[in-house]
Design a protein around this ligand. Structure first.
Ligand code: KIV
Length: 278
């Protein structure tokens, strides 16, 4: 049962966010804020703003590397991004996506990949996509003391299986399977689950059924927290506009405008001026 706001907010009192803190936030009914980051400078800003969780998402494959899907990004690429992020973070919990092909179907490889992430980046947890089909991998990773975040609903690493990015689990059968998978991930020992692009009502039901925190993206307002891809919410990416995305800025135009001003100043000899030289 949720105990609403007895005393000070948890997020205001903690100096370091851990998986236990997220659990306590769920218990207290305090929403969890999560964003993606892929580099040191941005991670520092997010951490200073007191974001609870930073996800080094394999969405780096799209927004950092320019691929159409999340499939091409490698474990080495993810480790590079994650180690950079961790160097910029003091407070937030840093979670790293296990990229496609590093955990499915082979639990030993899942463990080796996760150990590399933990050793080489200093992150605190890994995330992987899927339910019952990846339980063996999750068990093995957990056996090494590595916290695991699950990811259900729209799972972009399986895009070639589904063929589209439409809302998932709209039919009863898929919704039932998703609920079963969420229960299974909780029972297996995941500390939290991301639910992506599913009906708000189903997300609410899952949130009320399992005890671990549920973080939604396109899953309505009733989950325990929300996550967005930073480049999308800051308006750096322009072409991606799903209904669930709220843009908090139009950095694409701001950056472009600043760069155009710079180019103009260089071309017209306005930069550098007398004070900007030695
Ligand atoms: O890779 C990613 O950014 C993600 C979020 C969309 C949850 O998995």
């Amino acid at each position: 049962m949720k105990t609403k706001s007895a005393g000070m907010s948890i997020h205001k009192t903690v100096r370091k966010v851990t998986t236990h803190v997220l659990n306590a936030m769920k218990l207290k009914g305090e929403k969890i804020a999560m964003l993606t980051a892929y580099d040191y400078s941005i991670a520092r800003i997010l951490d200073e703003a007191e974001i609870d969780v930073i996800l080094v998402g394999d969405s780096a494959s799209n927004v950092m590397a320019g691929f159409d899907t999340t499939l091409p990004i490698t474990l080495d690429n993810m480790i590079y991004h994650a180690a950079s992020v961790v160097r910029g973070v003091k407070r937030a919990l840093v979670v790293v996506d296990l990229p496609f092909g590093t955990y499915q179907g082979n639990s030993k490889e899942a463990l080796v990949s996760s150990i590399r992430i933990m050793k080489e980046t200093g992150a605190s947890a890994v995330k992987l996509e899927g339910g019952q089909q990846v339980v063996e991998s999750i068990e093995r990773i957990l056996s090494a003391g590595i916290p695991v975040m699950g990811h259900l609903g729209l799972t972009p690493q399986a895009i070639h299986k589904f063929g589209t990015y439409i809302v998932r689990a709209q039919e009863e059968e898929e919704a039932r399977k998703l609920m079963e998978d969420a229960r299974l991930l909780e029972k297996t020992g995941c500390f939290a689950i991301v639910l992506e692009k599913i009906p708000a009502k189903l997300a609410e039901e899952v949130t009320n059924t399992v005890k671990i925190p549920i973080i939604g993206i396109g899953a309505g307002p009733k989950t325990d927290g929300q996550v967005l891809v930073l480049h999308d919410m800051l308006g750096i990416t322009q072409e991606f506009s799903p209904r669930f995305l709220r843009r908090y800025h139009n950095l694409h135009d701001e950056i472009k405008g600043a760069v155009q001003n710079y180019i103009n100043d260089v071309r017209t000899l306005k930069f550098p001026n007398e004070k900007e030289q030695y």
